[in-house]
Design a protein around this ligand. Structure first.
Ligand code: DQA
Length: 150
């Protein structure tokens, strides 16, 4: 069991910059900045540097995933709507082989049919959904446990 400091990249996809005001009955009232602060703090307590980024652009997310190889030990990814549509995101995760945890605030399978399919699940090491903002923290914890155990 290794205890070296890890580097985790926490990525959020489209419309998650609006958390706090975006459909609060569905996504809650916690803002993405608050999630980033909580993840940074949790990372600090677990000897892990957490870098947080959000983009509304598929290509930018693909670029960040590609660039993660050799720079980050793992990724926590809320792909948002792109999780249901983006072969490019899936291929980027598979290409870099950086352990990636898929997270969602809601349980997509309990919602519209078009949200039931995840294109990224098959290339991720795990998935956390349904715990609101806490899904990010649980996903980060799971990633760090995975890194320590391997
Ligand atoms: C989401 C679920 C997706 O279906 C949706 O498009 C989002 C947010 C979630 O965190 O629950 O934007 O990824």
């Amino acid at each position: 069991m290794s205890a070296r400091p890890y580097r985790a990249l926490l990525l959020s996809g489209p419309n998650l910059n609006l958390l706090g005001t975006r459909e609060p009955d569905v996504y809650g009232t916690t803002t993405l900045d608050e999630i980033h602060a909580q993840a940074t703090e949790l990372g600090r307590s677990l000897a892990t540097f957490v870098e947080c980024r959000q983009s509304n652009h598929e290509g930018e997310l693909v670029g960040w995933i590609q660039d993660a190889r050799g720079k980050f030990d793992g990724i926590v990814l809320n792909p948002a709507a792109y999780g249901h549509t983006s072969v490019a995101l899936r291929d980027a995760i598979a290409a870099v082989a950086v352990p990636t945890v898929e997270v969602h605030l809601t349980i997509p399978e309990n919602r519209d049919r078009f949200r039931h399919r995840s294109l990224v699940a098959g290339v991720c090491i795990g998935r956390v959904s349904g715990f609101g903002a806490n899904s990010y923290l649980l996903g980060l914890r799971g990633l760090i446990d995975y890194l320590r155990a391997r």
